[in-house]
Design a protein around this ligand. Structure first.
Ligand SMILES: *Cc1c(COP(=O)(O)O)cnc(C)c1O
Length: 360
């Protein structure tokens, strides 16, 4: 059945193992981030088996179905409207709003649980986090008075909106905040969470500042690459996930529409064409409802011309005669295409176990 995403469990395990080792070398525990694959069970099992310390996801719907004995971490700032679900289905959440933490406390009281929070500090990326020191102090002060909330740490997120690349100096600021809070309130913060896969270049140089003791990794696990410069990490697999789709039309056609006036395509864009004459071209049965074609990297010398809801058009002029109707085309994937394919109910997910048969 097609389209299908092939997921190589042993390649994933290899990436997890290597990144777990790298985290340990930098004195960091690791949160295995599951959102890009919707917390699919076979992959969560690998995280369990490889000794990752925490399982983290941005959505409560994913966290509530995860089976693990590790602490579950909610990565996206909680919605006040989901406070009960958050305290019920996660152990730890990342937070930056005192009002939300009040709601979590109330929810935790009502079910007789203690909920742990990590306060997010914005060190310049301008996505989530407390930006001003006075606010950080005031929030900490109030959180420490809450009966059912435990403040266990602080964290930062970089290279997500502002594209700010982690540096020793930036991460040292997080350690300064840790010391400030610890001294001011005579407490210990257990978790100082230094960021995501964009920290990997620093980790490879062994230059994560002392005091940072946790890292949250998602993209690097599935794509074997760091996200500061987008480089593949040596010795890791970039093809844990691949897409297979079936050819449902294969014909010789002109590359430019031969008739009529050119209006809008199905998505309101005016198409542009390069005239290559009449070439072999085809259609595969997968489309925008599943994935955006620009996120696909063909494993053969074909070009993707465009897509509509359910079709991607393929140019075969570099490999004429090689394919026949019903054949399967294979693709490597980028982060957003893994995200959308794993989320699409129309795409089958196939897990491959056993020997890895090629070298990297
Ligand atoms: C998604 C996410 C991560 C993981 O980021 P990657 O770049 O995929 O490693 C870490 N922290 C937070 C808050 C996230 O939302």
């Amino acid at each position: 059945m097609y389209p299908r995403v092939m997921i190589n469990i042993e390649k994933f395990r290899h990436n997890v193992k290597k990144l777990k080792e790298l985290s340990s070398l930098n004195n960091c525990t690791m949160m295995g981030v599951t959102k890009v694959f919707c917390a699919a069970k076979p992959l969560v099992e690998v995280l369990n088996e490889e000794g990752v310390e925490y399982i983290a996801d941005s959505r409560i719907e994913n966290l509530r179905k995860i089976e693990t004995n590790k602490p579950l971490v909610l990565l996206r700032l909680p919605m006040i409207s989901e406070a009960y679900l958050v305290v019920r289905h996660s152990d730890i959440s990342l937070n930056s709003e005192i009002e939300t933490i009040r709601a979590l406390n109330e929810a935790a009281v009502s079910i007789g649980k203690t909920h742990k929070v990590i306060l997010m500090v914005d060190l310049g990326d301008l996505r989530e986090g407390i930006f001003h020191e006075t606010e950080l102090i005031n929030v900490t002060k109030e959180v420490l008075t809450m009966s059912n909330i435990e403040l266990i740490g602080i964290g930062v997120n970089l290279t997500c909106y502002g594209g700010v690349i982690p540096s020793v100096e930036i991460l040292e600021n997080l350690v300064k905040y840790k010391e400030l809070i610890e001294n001011r309130f005579s407490i210990n913060l257990d978790i100082i969470s230094g960021g995501n896969s964009s920290d990997i270049p620093l980790m490879l140089n062994n230059s994560i500042p002392l005091g940072i003791n946790n890292i949250r990794l998602g993209e690097s696990l599935v794509l074997g690459r760091e996200t500061a410069y987008g480089e593949t990490i040596e010795g890791l697999y970039d093809d844990v996930f691949t897409l297979e789709a079936e050819l449902i039309e294969l014909k010789k056609k002109p590359t430019v529409p031969p008739v009529g006036k050119i209006g809008m395509d199905a998505f309101g864009h005016k198409p542009e064409f390069v005239d290559l004459g009449t070439v072999e071209r085809g259609i595969i049965a997968v489309g925008k409802q599943d994935v955006y074609h620009k996120g696909l990297k063909p494993l053969d010398k074909v070009t993707l011309l465009g897509s509509s809801s359910d079709h991607i058009l393929v140019d075969f002029h570099e490999v004429p005669g090689k394919y026949k109707l019903g054949d399967i085309l294979k693709f490597k994937l980028n982060y957003s295409s893994i995200l959308s394919l794993m989320t699409s109910p129309y795409v089958k997910k196939v897990y491959q176990y056993g020997q890895i048969d090629e070298e990297i």
